[in-house]
Design a protein around this ligand. Structure first.
Ligand SMILES: *[C@@H]1O[C@H](CO)[C@@H](O)[C@H](O)[C@H]1NC(C)=O
Length: 336
């Protein structure tokens, strides 16, 4: 009895030791790896920096003398490590003040459904994504009497992509679109009470510059008289907030934009939404990411997005958004 017990004890100890060995090995490997990385970084610094370098610590500059000679120079080729170490950073423009898609939380941080989607897709796609807050007109710009064109930020490559733009015939001329994640938004007219939706003849019309709710969309609304708005009667706001102000101070007779950014904004004002049923523009697709045509962003993004969709996480993200951001306007995801 006692023999058996002691045997099993020995056995236990041996087994524990057997378990201990691989763990120790792993730790040793990890530590050696870390030391190797630190050594690489030190040698890289030694090559790229002169023997003495200025290091700024919270505003004060300290001059640190490096006594170490640049011995590693002949054995270490920094450029060989650049591509494998440095992951491409993708920068993404996101606007501000657009319903539940992009807004500032109580602490002043940018939040909203667009940010949720970017975080989730970039994680799936293994992309290093950074958002930058930009005026919409740097992505797409409209000017009186001219077709929409790519904004300076998008076309000059200040960032890789603009977020949540709808694929339209005009925009497809200068940009490429990812797989869509939002259905086409519902549009309405916004005006002070007594406005006749079905006749905008001679009315001054306010639009948000760069948005798909533009002159081309208006011109396709068969049910509306005076839909070919003369250029002189078109006024562009830079943001939905500015459009509302233009309606309120009578710079324009009527504004034309999407419910997702306006319905919530007009509550408690004397501005009303017309007609009862939403308006859908012709020749528009759904909303996704928009890039220059020569950018590889969309192919990587689409891979991540597909993974998000097939795992069911995209649908969950959309369902959660209704409670998280939905109070600020409808978030209408594509069926997935
Ligand atoms: C009306 O509001 C717009 C947008 O805020 C502003 O640019 C414009 O100067 C205002 N016009 C008048 C007459 O107050």
């Amino acid at each position: 009895m006692s023999d058996t017990r002691s045997d099993s004890n020995v056995d236990l100890v041996t087994r524990t030791n057997q378990l201990e060995v691989p763990r120790l090995l792993t730790i040793t490997i990890v530590i050696s790896g870390m030391i190797a990385i630190v050594a690489l970084i030190i040698s890289a610094v030694a090559i790229s920096k002169p023997a003495s370098s200025d290091i700024t610590v919270q505003g004060s500059t300290t001059n640190i003398q490096q006594t170490q000679p640049a011995v590693a120079a002949s054995t270490y080729d920094a450029s060989r490590y650049q591509s494998s170490y440095k992951k491409r950073i993708y920068t993404i423009a996101v606007g501000f003040g657009s319903g539940g898609f992009e807004y500032y939380d109580a602490s002043g941080f940018k939040v909203g459904f667009f940010h949720d989607v970017i975080d989730a897709v970039c994680l799936e796609a293994n992309m290093d994504c950074r958002t930058v807050t930009e005026p919409y007109t740097n992505c797409v710009i409209s000017e009186r009497g001219q077709p929409q064109r790519g904004g300076i930020g998008l076309m000059s490559g200040w960032y890789d992509a603009c977020t949540g733009w709808l694929a339209t015939r005009q925009r497809k001329q200068f940009s490429a679109f990812s797989k869509p994640f939002l259905k086409p938004p519902e549009a309405y007219f916004y005006a002070l009470s007594g406005f006749n939706t079905l006749d905008i003849t001679g009315k001054k019309v306010g639009l948000v510059s760069g948005w798909f709710t533009n002159e081309a969309c208006l011109a396709g609304l068969d049910q509306v008289t005076g839909r070919d708005v003369p250029h002189g009667n078109v006024f562009h706001a830079q943001t939905p907030a500015e459009l509302l102000a233009m309606i309120q101070n009578r710079t324009v007779d009527v504004g034309f934009t999407t419910a997702s950014v306006m319905t919530d904004r007009i509550s408690g004002t004397n501005v009303q939404q017309y007609p009862t049923d939403p308006i859908f523009c012709k020749n528009v697709g759904e909303q996704g990411m928009m890039t220059r045509k020569d950018n590889d962003f969309n192919s990587k993004w689409n891979e991540g997005f597909e993974k998000l969709v097939s795992s069911g996480r995209f649908k969950r993200l959309c369902d959660e958004a209704q409670t998280k951001h939905g109070g600020r306007g409808k978030i209408n995801c594509v069926d997935a």
